[in-house]
Design a protein. Structure first.
Length: 101
């Protein structure tokens, strides 16, 4: 069930916007998937496009030099790479908040 929800969160924004993202990040786990999905949505809200993320600055990078802050407590490479449940949940909730705005 979680896999289905995760897949929908990753794929749905592309279909809804009618465009395909030209930026492809290697997504190796749920945490990275949530960062990319939430980043795409957050940048779109700023009339920009997702271009990556920086865990040192704890931000998602958008085109035009715009940035979006990631949630507190998730910005360590170890936390994102290992993706414990609490970090996965925090990032998933962060991404989902941009779907409703």
């Amino acid at each position: 069930m979680q896999l289905v929800v995760f897949a929908v969160v990753l794929i749905l924004p592309s279909f809804l916007s009618g465009e395909f993202s030209a930026t492809i990040d290697k997504v190796s786990n749920e945490c990275e998937g949530s960062i990319v999905t939430g980043g795409e949505l957050a940048c779109e809200k700023q009339e920009s496009h997702y271009s990556g993320y920086d865990l040192n600055l704890c931000t998602v990078k958008c085109t035009g030099g715009k940035k979006v802050k990631l949630p507190n407590g998730v910005c360590s490479n170890v936390k994102v790479k290992e993706c414990p449940r609490d970090v996965a949940r925090e990032l998933s909730n962060w991404a989902l908040k941009y779907m409703g705005k």
